[in-house]
Design a protein around this ligand. Structure first.
Ligand code: NAG
Ligand code: NAG
Ligand code: NAG
Ligand code: NAG
Length: 498
């Protein structure tokens, strides 16, 4: 029938090309849980009630070595741009409401590229990537629509942070919706799904406010945990279950609208749980704000369309910067679009088919921290992790109901954040160096510093860090700008002051 092999091959190639160009790109839902600890989901801890999350995880691939930054803004910057925060001046911490800072505008966010691929792109939840100029905001950085917060740590009901309301529907500030935010974001996601024109692929970004401070939850969720005596932990656990119900409602909306089979769901925490505020990372060491594993190894999974081995665990290394090229690849982009000058590696084949990770090393962070004389940095290469300098204020292995011993009493957690580091450094005379080498394969909970046994590995990893330091950009961490004051904007946090 075919005159020769060449003709046969050409025919097959043509058929393949036709089928890829005709194949409908999948829908993608990217869910982020804020400050969710390693030990705070049912599939890691049987005491947690998260049936919807567990179902997705157990039918998908659990990502067991998926890393993020130790706090919120840097992690979000990482997946949006595919570029490490220490190259963008965002390594110091979160962007505070009155700081004139946003994720650098010359670094492209992946949803902009998804729009070019024909996706409808929508977001409901927390931004925290800067808002002082309209160019910094979601609808100017790749989203067709946006409902949510520009900052973090708002009141879950009245959507206020400090002296301003921080709630926006596209470009309009809104007030009067005093429903608990997990319900609001679930409803918005539902309506995006219901109104979606199914001839186009959908990208939905759902960075929940849950389960960040303040500790607030409708009573029926708190009541799910009568056996937890510690008030904060009981309420926090309820917050997790409220988010789980929201995720259940969103997946139900995908089913009801006939989209579930064509949807890839990605779930990740933005950093570890906060030991001072109900979160728990046991048995991992440390928590949010530290570069120990408890602050940086995220609860994460992928589920749904394209996943070849449902019900498995993937142990290959992944870092938050990888989501940028990985999501673009899952959306059918060619490699050319996915790999322009970024730190992220395309892990789509690895996680969808279960192959080797593209990643053999990752940087946890590099910051010549102003408060700590030695700065702080950490790197992992293969099984070894080097912490070079101050690891952060949480260095213990906290149990779920254990209270963090040094909770300072301050009015906002923005104050808390710097106070806890200052207190810690004062207590330790600013001299805590925290140099440590850990073999994460044998010792994933970082109990044994093996730097004395392996000076050559310490040296090699320090040399690696020095290579990365060549592209270090100083933290963009200015003092507060009074122009930001919501008093200038009718009581709302609004762009227009940088
Ligand atoms: C919002 O609620 C908080 C309590 O969480 C309260 O302190 C604040 O005054 C409220 N703000 C407004 C504008 O209602
Ligand atoms: C959906 O989009 C297609 C192509 O863009 C268009 O032809 C169609 O009218 C749209 N359907 C609805 C219900 O808007
Ligand atoms: C989930 O949907 C049910 C049924 O509509 C509703 O009663 C509930 O409030 C929703 N929960 C959340 C968290 O959105
Ligand atoms: C997840 O990683 C830990 C090491 O931190 C390992 O002990 C465990 O076996 C891994 N889980 C699976 C299912 O591979």
């Amino acid at each position: 029938m075919y005159r020769n092999l060449r003709e046969l091959l050409l025919t097959i190639m043509a058929m393949l090309m036709l089928s890829t160009s005709l194949a409908k790109p999948r829908h993608i839902v990217f869910i982020v849980a804020d400050d969710l600890g390693w030990n705070d989901v049912g599939f890691h801890n049987a005491d947690m009630i998260t049936p919807n999350i567990d179902k997705l995880a157990n039918r998908g691939v659990i990502l067991n070595s998926s890393y993020v930054q130790p706090v919120c803004t840097p992690s979000r910057h990482s997946w949006m741009t595919g570029i490490y925060p220490f190259k963008a001046g965002l390594q110091r911490g979160v962007i505070f409401p009155e700081q004139a800072v946003c994720s650098p505008l010359d670094m492209k966010f992946f949803p902009e590229k998804l729009q070019k691929l024909g996706y409808s792109t929508h977001m409901a939840g927390k931004w925290h990537l800067g808002f002082c100029n309209w160019d910094c905001t979601p609808t100017n950085r790749g989203f067709d629509s946006f409902l949510g917060y520009y900052n973090g740590a708002e009141d879950y009901y009245n959507k206020t942070i400090l002296n301003g309301i921080d709630f926006h529907d596209n470009k309009e500030p809104i007030s009067g919706d005093n429903r608990y935010s997990a319900f609001v974001y679930a409803d918005r996601a539902k309506s995006v799904i219901e109104n979606h024109n199914k001839t186009k692929p959908l990208f939905l970004y759902l960075p929940f406010q849950s389960v960040h401070t303040p500790i607030q939850v409708p009573k029926r969720f708190e009541d799910m945990y009568p056996d937890i005596a510690n008030d904060q932990r009981r309420q926090y656990s309820g917050m997790v279950s409220a988010m789980d119900e929201a995720i259940g409602n969103i997946t139900q909306a995908l089913v009801d609208n006939g989209m579930m089979d064509d949807t890839l769901i990605i779930f990740t925490a933005d950093n570890g749980g906060w030991p001072g505020f109900g979160g728990n990372n046991y048995p991992l060491r440390g928590g949010k704000i530290t570069i120990f594993e408890g602050g940086t190894r995220a609860v994460s999974f992928v589920s749904g369309s394209g996943i070849a081995k449902p019900g498995s665990t993937y142990n290959g290394l992944i870092h938050a910067v990888d989501w940028h090229p990985t999501i673009l690849a899952a959306a059918g982009s060619s490699t050319d679009d996915t790999n322009d000058n970024i730190d992220g590696l395309n892990q789509w084949k690895a996680i969808s088919l279960g192959g080797e990770s593209m990643r053999t090393e990752l940087v946890y962070n590099i910051d010549n921290f102003v408060l700590a004389p030695n700065g702080h940095a950490a790197i992992r290469v293969g099984d070894f992790k080097l912490i070079d300098g101050y690891p952060g204020p949480y260095r213990d292995w906290y149990k779920p109901e254990q209270e963090y011993e040094n909770n300072p009493h301050v009015t906002t957690d923005y104050q808390y954040y710097s106070k806890i580091v200052q207190d810690d450094l004062v207590k330790n005379n600013g001299l805590w160096k925290g140099d440590g080498l850990y073999n994460l394969k044998d010792d994933p909970t970082e109990h044994h510093d093996v730097s004395k046994q392996h000076p050559e590995i310490v040296k090699a990893l320090k040399a690696k860090l020095d290579e990365y330091r060549k592209s270090y950009v100083r933290p963009n961490f200015p003092s507060n700008d009074p122009k930001a004051n919501p008093k200038n904007y009718g009581g709302y946090w609004m762009p227009g002051w940088c």
